[in-house]
Design a protein around this ligand. Sequence first.
Ligand code: SF4
Length: 74
Amino acid sequence: MLAIKHKREDCIGCAFCAEVAPNYWKMDEEGLAQLHQILDTAGSFEIGQGFEEDREALKEAEFHCPVSIIKIEG
Ligand code: SF4
């Protein structure tokens, strides 16, 4: 499994992550990306888990997030 770290408070609502990896993020009623499943938090990061087969989409979200608040580890 991959670790997904998302600093939601700094999201600017571009919706890229929710488009490229809709199984992991949705846009919420505030217009910000929200992880579907949050397993833990670390400081201001929310932490989820990703399947290996979704690595490419998750890495794309990490790479293209315009404010660099997505980290994919593992
Ligand atoms: S790609 Fe980054 S800025 Fe855009 S919605 Fe996702 S977390 Fe927010």
